[in-house]
Design a protein around this ligand. Structure first.
Ligand code: HAM
Length: 417
């Protein structure tokens, strides 16, 4: 028997109800703010993702790439932003282009709790404006989304990577500094210290963490323009009442960031996999992908981790809802078949049992469906042209209703609740 591949999982009801509620909340929060849904292909020319930067693990080690039957070198998307920016370059929409997405992401990582080879993100991108108030809008909406699904134990870390020039100058300064301390770093981080110095700041290895504690900080190297951008972002978050902490060592795992970068962490999750969403500005990415220069800002948030955090905080629990009506037919099945559809076509949720089972067996299914009302049809009802209506919640007995009136009767009762 086959199993789902390592690092992937099936999302089944009722867990998928919570998933849908999460996505609906995301669509609502971002829809209200003028963001439209964007759907991109699940795979792209591998070059699209290589522009994320050779310094990132995602590109160097984790890509699911393949040759198709026409010998094109393609890759499954490891994240959402590169495809959205590629689509922006291709279609040249009016700016700012504000979009949101829901996408699986594929990364060949070592699976563990909260870390998958196929995970899913909801995310948003706003492209074509360098206004720091757009950073504030995106961060503020991300914050409000978590709040709307009931998460409260979250912290937000914020940093600035400066302008592309600041970032480059800082990386060079850091490389020189790391070179002097090379022998003290954990061996596994030494190659990065030479080739991708910023990545060393991400390291969780004890020896390295101790060394980089005194490394120069990017926020001490910001140009006036980048410092003003960062100030405006902080002022905006203060005005919105979004709490944050400046973390000058937050560099994040992707190479395209400039100016604001941030990450939300869930206090209810263990620290290794507690990031429930991160983002930043990527003012050079459109150009790196062959388009005209276009600044952009956005974030991605991992659905699996948000649901883990929701479990821990008892949030998103109100999603399972029984059907309005369950139809039980032990008189041949025609009424059961037709009445469920009549109810549905009149705007009610309705379900039924199959396989011509006994009254007792069908009532068991009705109970499991948590239906508000049951409609029962047996030989007596068939003879009388009626349906028996039973209130399953109040247990207040049952009444006979003429078959022709029963849909209106149930609708009226549901209406009056
Ligand atoms: P990221 O930080 O790589 O950023 O991923 C965003 C979020 O996806 C993480 O905070 C986490 O919640 C979730 N996530 C990442 N990897 C995994 C995994 N292996 N298993 C489960 N969840 C995971 C990005 O992907 C950027 N595209 C975000 C962005 C958008 N920046 C600007 N715009």
């Amino acid at each position: 028997m086959f199993q789902a591949p390592k690092g992937t999982r099936d999302i089944l009801p009722p867990e998928s109800d919570r998933w849908q509620a999460l996505v609906a909340t995301f669509a609502e929060v971002f829809g209200q703010a003028g963001y439209g849904l964007v759907q991109n292909p699940m795979f792209e020319d591998i070059g699209v993702f290589q522009r994320l930067g050779e310094g990132t693990e995602v590109v160097r080690k984790e890509m699911y790439d393949f040759l198709d039957k026409g010998d094109r070198h393609l890759a499954l998307r490891p994240e959402g932003t590169a495809s959205v920016v590629r689509a922006f370059n291709q279609h040249r929409p009016t700016v700012p282009w504000k979009v949101w997405y829901l996408t699986p992401c594929f990364r060949y990582e070592e699976p563990q709790a909260g870390r998958f080879r196929q995970h899913h993100q909801v995310g948003a991108e706003a492209i074509g404006s360098a206004d720091p108030d757009l950073d504030v809008e995106v961060i503020g909406l991300q914050h409000d989304f978590y709040r709307a699904i009931g998460l409260s134990r979250l912290s937000l870390r914020l940093n600035s990577m400066g302008s592309p020039g600041d970032r480059q100058a800082y990386a060079e300064q850091l490389a020189v500094w790391l070179d002097r301390r090379l022998g003290e770093l954990d061996e596994a981080d030494r190659a990065n210290a030479v080739n991708h110095p910023l990545r060393v700041l991400d390291s969780k290895r004890e020896r390295t963490v101790a060394v980089v504690a005194d490394a120069p900080l990017i926020i001490d190297c910001l140009s006036d323009e980048a410092a003003a951008h960062f100030d405006r972002v902080q002022a905006g978050l203060d005005a919105l009442g979004v709490a944050y902490e400046i973390d000058p060592r937050l560099v994040r795992g992707l190479d395209y960031y400039t100016h604001s970068t941030w990450e939300f962490a869930a206090g209810s999750l263990t620290s290794a996999q507690n990031a429930v969403g991160g983002g930043g500005r990527y003012d050079g990415l459109a150009e790196a992908l062959g388009g005209k220069p276009a600044p952009g800002v956005g974030f991605g948030a991992g659905i699996e981790r948000i649901l883990l955090a929701a479990d821990a905080e008892d949030a998103l629990t109100e999603t399972a809802r029984g059907v309005d009506v369950f139809v039980v037919d032990v008189a041949g099945g025609d009424t059961g078949r037709d009445l469920t559809f009549e109810l549905r076509r009149n705007g009610m949720s309705a379900d039924r049992a199959f396989d011509a089972r006994s009254m007792k067996a069908q009532m068991k299914v009705a109970d499991r469906s948590e239906a508000r009302f049951a409609l029962l049809v047996g030989p007596d009802e068939m003879a009388a042209g009626t349906v028996t209506l039973r209130d399953l919640r109040s247990g207040a007995g049952q009444i006979a209703v003429a078959r022709a009136d029963v849909v209106a009767e149930v609708a009226a009762r549901l209406e009056s609740e």
